[in-house]
Write a protein that binds this ligand. Structure first.
Ligand SMILES: Cc1cc2nc3c(=O)[nH]c(=O)nc-3n(C[C@H](O)[C@H](O)[C@H](O)COP(=O)(O)O)c2cc1C
Length: 214
């Protein structure tokens, strides 16, 4: 191990938000992807991926993810739904559902149900109102603990903290020791830009053009 001789210091308050965003995303990686289902008070289900996501504790088992405020200052359907119905389901994303996950990320009006537009099968949850996506092998039903805003303008964070009340693991994925088979599940993670990674390889996937059904 050798110390670096020199460093370039980028002072965040002297840079555009976008520049900080790009620098941050290129060095905080690979980021796991939460594929999150929510439901509005009117009963419209929603699915969207979030890579500002992680597990943060196990007593209680808890996750966080952040649906950021959009560039125009409005909030995403996922956050609006959680404010109405404070529950969500986090699904993990294997390589074979990457295209459908990407389709679900297309910005759609609140009346659009991405289970339908992205081609997922909605099945009922046990303890929460948002449905689950049957094509995903692991689901975590979560009750909202809190929403913590960080900033208040465009691109600001809205950290949603959830208590995992149950895991659903598809047949064949759960090992005897209670862990999930990481070889079989073949999860993807997000790099910077259009970059993604599996545990072994990297690949790219451009942003979707529209929510064409499968
Ligand atoms: C892999 C991936 C990860 C993403 N991560 C985030 C994220 O962490 N936070 C965020 O605000 N948007 C993220 N997005 C964009 C949202 O998925 C996108 O804005 C989506 O339309 C939000 O849907 P909603 O308005 O139905 O909540 C990500 C998109 C992709 C494809």
């Amino acid at each position: 191990m050798k110390p670096h001789d020199d460093f370039t210091t980028l002072i965040t308050k002297d840079r555009q938000d976008r520049e900080n965003f790009k620098t941050m995303l290129s060095c905080v990686l690979p980021r796991p992807i939460a594929f999150v289902s929510t439901i509005s008070a009117d009963g419209v289900a929603n699915l969207a991926p979030f890579s500002f996501f992680n597990a943060v504790g196990s007593n209680p088992p808890a996750v966080i993810f952040s649906p950021c405020t959009k560039a125009d200052g409005t909030t995403k359907d996922t956050l609006n739904n959680i404010r109405q119905v404070p529950e969500f389901v986090v699904h993990v994303v294997p390589y074979d559902i990457r295209d459908a996950m990407n389709r679900a990320s297309f910005p759609s009006p609140p009346e659009v149900n991405e289970f339908e537009t992205a081609g997922f099968t909605a099945i009922p949850s046990r303890f929460v109102k948002p449905p689950r996506a049957a094509e995903c092998p692991v689901h975590m039903e979560c009750k909202l603990i809190d929403i913590v805003p960080v900033g208040d303008g465009p691109l600001s964070a809205n950290i949603c903290i959830g208590h995992i009340v149950c895991f659903h693991v598809a047949d064949g994925y759960l090992l005897e020791d209670g862990t999930v088979d990481v070889e079989k599940i073949d999860l993807i993670a997000r790099m910077g830009g259009d970059g993604y990674a599996t545990i072994r390889n990297r690949f790219t996937m451009a942003k979707p053009n529209g929510p064409s059904p499968t």
